[in-house]
Each structure stands twice: as structure tokens, then as C-alpha cells.
Design a protein around this ligand. Structure first.
Ligand SMILES: Nc1ncnc2c1ncn2[C@@H]1O[C@H](COP(=O)(O)OP(=O)(O)OP(=O)(O)O)[C@@H](O)[C@H]1O
Ligand SMILES: [Mg+2]
Length: 332
């Protein structure tokens, strides 16, 4: 079985073959100080894996570094620290993130956003295991494990010249790719259970679970977690029902070909064939939910003019207040 340390304390949930394989690799990587590159779409759990890697061999601190925010004149000092008098305003010595991560793990999140001049400095740090704080004459030794994550295709960034090839090779020694949630739907029930358990005694109806299992989750686990949190926040429970789901997730089940789900689709919509105006109404509801009621954006997403949208809203009785009552109840 998998290592309990890998699961806790931050919770790395999932029993799909892909997640089991990731767990095995985390254990194999173990105490190695080689850099690890985590790839995968947004919300797939790259940071969860980074923390699991750290916890599998918990020495020192886990220091997350948001590379997208390392811009501007202070970024070098942010990372490497500075000595007193290094520049105007540097009234004290300041420790940088790298020093805080010494003997531990530096997690470079969104490494693809690291500016090119900082890429050079990171490469030197990886090669020489030392760095120089801003304004200091002395180089400092460090021993850190570097974990980097990105949702971008770094090889393509290298081709485009926005990411240094030498740094890419250096980071790409051990690469783990987090699969999107839609490719490991069997993890969904466990994730839902884990997320719901934070709110007390909630449960979901079988219909809700069917819908959750069939939605495509473009925002992956993060989107699932937001969906569950929102449902629990808005419903006293204990059981959550299909109408408590966002309408985009509700309708996922209607597009499913699974026999058990067809029955549910029938319950929501007694006719097998959905009339065009009902499809249109649902498209408008989905879009308004998606844009948080922004009619201008909805009109352009739907490919119709604003006036046409207003006319249809009126015709379908979909004014803002009416919107929530109208979910999928045919012909209201
Ligand atoms: N396997 C998992 N078990 C439990 N929670 C998870 C799992 N995967 C992701 N999560 C949760 O989903 C959310 C998103 O995960 P995380 O921040 O690790 O994704 P990410 O890949 O770093 O996304 P991004 O690229 O957008 O930064 C977090 O709240 C995290 O706790
Ligand atoms: Mg992240």
C-alpha cells in the first residue's frame, strides 16, 4: 500500500491508476535532491504533489515562490535577500526566500512566468548551489530541493525563446505530469467526500454524484472543490440534490449516454427530444451563470446581439431573480 506520509497532512486523495502511479513515483524520488518538474493543467493538484514530495522527506521548510509575482526591481532581493545599504531603502539585512528554504524545499510555482533574467540566476543557483545576496560581496552556500510547477508547455516556451533551454534541461530531470480530472473520474467520489467532510455531515444524492462524474471539469480538482464548497455553503443539508448543482454541472448528465443516467435525464425532461426553445433557454441560463449575470458578455458568448438577448430573456421569463427558479424546469 501507499505510504501514509505521502497522504498527510495536506491530503492527497485518489485511487485511480494515474494517482497511484504518481504516489509510487513520489516514494521513489524520496530523499533525492534532484529538481522535480510538475506539469499539468491548472487545478490538477501540482501544489498538493509538491507538498507530498516535501512531506515524504520533511527536512527544513516548504517555501512556495510565486514566480509570476517576481517582477520589478525588488525581485532579486525577494529571492536572494540583500545586505544593508545595497540600495536606497535597504536599511537592514534581509533574508531572501532561498535562504528560508535552505535545508528544505523551494517550490517555484508557475516557473514559466519567471522573467528571463531571473531564469539565469536560478540556473546558477542549481548548478553551483550558491548565490549572492544583493549588495553582498560573499556567496552563500545552500542545500535546497527545487520543485517547479507549470501549466504551460515549457518545451514550446523554449522554442519561442521565452524560457531558457539550459534551465529547462536542468529542471526536466524528473518530470511528473498530473492528469486532468476528466481522465480519472473514478477519483471524484473520494474527492467529494473529502471536501464535504470539512462541513460536517453532508451527503450527495446518487443523481448529484452521476452529474459530478459526467461533467468535464475544465478547472479540474479546484473547480470540483469550489463547486462542493458552494453547494455546502448555500444549503443546510444534510443531503444535496441535483438542483443544488450549478446548471452547467446539472446538464452534464443530460449529455451522458449511460442508461441509468438517461432515466434521470427523463425525469428532468420528460420528452426524449428537447425542443429547440428549451435548448436555447438552457444555453442562456448556463451563460448567465457562467458570466455571473453579465448580459453584455453573455450576448457575445452566445453570438447574438444585446437587444436580441434582452428580448429572449423577457420571452423566457429569465430576469435575474427568475433565473434561479427556472433551472431546468421545462416550460415554466
Ligand atoms: N488529489 C487531491 N487530493 C485532495 N485535494 C486536491 C487534490 N488535487 C487537488 N486538490 C485541491 O484542489 C485545489 C487545486 O490544487 P493545486 O493548487 O495543487 O492545483 P495546481 O495544479 O497547483 O493548480 P494551478 O496550476 O492553478 O496552480 C487545492 O485546493 C487542492 O487542495
Ligand atoms: Mg498551483
Amino acid at each position: 500500500m501507499h505510504n501514509a506520509r505521502v497522504d498527510s497532512p495536506h491530503g492527497f486523495v485518489g485511487q485511480s491508476p494515474q494517482i497511484r502511479s504518481i504516489r509510487r513515483q513520489i516514494e521513489k524520488i524520496g530523499t533525492s535532491l534532484s529538481p522535480v518538474l510538475l506539469l499539468g493543467e491548472s487545478g490538477t493538484g501540482k501544489e498538493v504533489v509538491a507538498r507530498s514530495l516535501h512531506n515524504a522527506n520533511p527536512r527544513g521548510a516548504f517555501i512556495p515562490i510565486d514566480c509570476g509575482s517576481l517582477v520589478g526591481p525588488l525581485m532579486e532581493s525577494e529571492l536572494f535577500g540583500h545586505v544593508r545599504g545595497a540600495f536606497t531603502g535597504a536599511t537592514e539585512n534581509k533574508r531572501g526566500l532561498i535562504e528560508l528554504a535552505n535545508q528544505g524545499t523551494a517550490f517555484f510555482d508557475e516557473i514559466g512566468d519567471l522573467p528571463l533574467d531571473m531564469q539565469v540566476k536560478l540556473l546558477r543557483l542549481l548548478q553551483e548551489r550558491e548565490y549572492r545576496p544583493v549588495g553582498s560581496l560573499h556567496r552563500q552556500k545552500v542545500e535546497i530541493r527545487v520543485i517547479a510547477a507549470t501549466h504551460r508547455d515549457l518545451a514550446r516556451e523554449v522554442e519561442r525563446g521565452t524560457f531558457r533551454q539550459d534551465l529547462f534541461y536542468r529542471l526536466n530531470v524528473i518530470a511528473l505530469r498530473m492528469p486532468p480530472l476528466r481522465e480519472r473520474r473514478e477519483d471524484i467520489p473520494q474527492l467529494v467526500e473529502r471536501f464535504l467532510s470539512r462541513f460536517g455531515t453532508y451527503s450527495v444524492s446518487p443523481e448529484v454524484m452521476d452529474a459530478l462524474m459526467h461533467y468535464t471539469w475544465p478547472g479540474n480538482v479546484r473547480e470540483l472543490q469550489n463547486c462542493v464548497d458552494r453547494m455546502a455553503a448555500m444549503n443546510p443539508g444534510p443531503e444535496l440534490h441535483i438542483e443544488d448543482l450549478p446548471s452547467a454541472v446539472q446538464t452534464a448528465v443530460l449529455h451522458s449516454a449511460t442508461p441509468g443516467l438517461a432515466a434521470l435525464a427523463n425525469a428532468l425532461e420528460p420528452r426524449r427530444i428537447v425542443p429547440l426553445d428549451e435548448l436555447e433557454r438552457r444555453a442562456i441560463i448556463d451563460c448567465l451563470e457562467y458570466t455571473h449575470g453579465d448580459r453584455g458578455m453573455s450576448a457575445s458568448l452566445l453570438g447574438i446581439g444585446r437587444t436580441t438577448l434582452y428580448r429572449k430573456l423577457k420571452a423566457y421569463n429569465l430576469d435575474i431573480e427568475a433565473r434561479d427558479r427556472c433551472h431546468l424546469q421545462p416550460g415554466s
